[in-house]
Write a protein that binds this ligand. Structure first.
Ligand code: ATP
Ligand code: MG
Length: 200
């Protein structure tokens, strides 16, 4: 039987997952009383087709390692196991079908919410789920507040979180440059990266 009242879906490439992702999810869960946050590593992100992305299974395992100690966090293979490009709308619809009685929030950072509404029909997306848009250093939520907030005030929730200027891109760059990445991501994830020689 379904016992959860509300869940958050946190989509991302997670290449690799870091404390920016984890803090965003934790703050969203706290602020919106979420029973669970499900991390959904993307299969084939449509906006990252030019970029070389780590094989999905490894991004999935890193997400598991990073979330394993938090009873509220879970990781889903839904996008990884789906063929073709990964679209947010398909992911939200799948979770709605799986949990019809549960309120679903899609959690993003400030950069991603701006992108999301250029990927696929924003009206359709906003009909399917509520969005939590977390602040992220270096990105402004002003555009969202201006263009969407008035019209979709009940659907887009702005979440101010303590800023962590951490990105997967920067972590990958630092590894290539043989510089430390300690305190930017969980130690278990760093061990996994070293074990498989990722991002060298
Ligand atoms: P990349 O540099 O490869 O794009 P990233 O650090 O942006 O990686 P993603 O996997 O692209 O991480 O992001 C997944 C989700 O997490 C997005 O909604 C993104 O906005 C959010 N996010 C990532 N890092 C942060 C952060 N430091 N603070 C707040 N939100 C973040
Ligand atoms: Mg990103």
């Amino acid at each position: 039987m379904e016992t959860r009242r509300s869940i958050g879906i946190m989509g991302g490439t997670f290449d690799p997952i870091h404390y920016g992702h984890l803090l965003t999810a934790e703050c969203a869960a706290d602020q919106y009383n979420l029973d669970e946050v499900i991390f959904v590593p993307s299969g084939n992100p449509p906006h990252k087709t030019e970029q070389k992305i780590t094989v999905a299974q490894k991004r999935y395992v890193m997400s598991l390692l990073a979330t394993i100690e938090n009873p509220k966090f879970d990781v889903s293979r839904i996008e990884i196991d789906r063929e073709g490009l990964s679209y947010t709308i398909d992911t939200i619809k799948t979770f709605k079908d799986l949990y019809p009685q549960t309120k679903i929030y899609f959690i993003t950072g400030a950069d991603a919410i701006l992108e999301i509404f250029t990927w696929k029909n924003p009206d359709k997306l906003l009909k399917e789920a509520d969005f939590i848009a977390a602040s992220r250093p270096g990105y402004s939520l002003a555009k969202i507040e201006k263009e969407f907030y008035e019209e979709y005030r009940n659907r887009i929730h702005i979440l101010k979180i303590p800023g962590l200027a951490i990105s997967s891109t920067n972590i990958r760059k630092r590894i290539k440059e043989k510089r430390p990445i300690k305190y930017q991501l969980p130690e278990k994830v760093e061990s996994y990266i070293r074990k498989y020689g990722l991002y060298k």
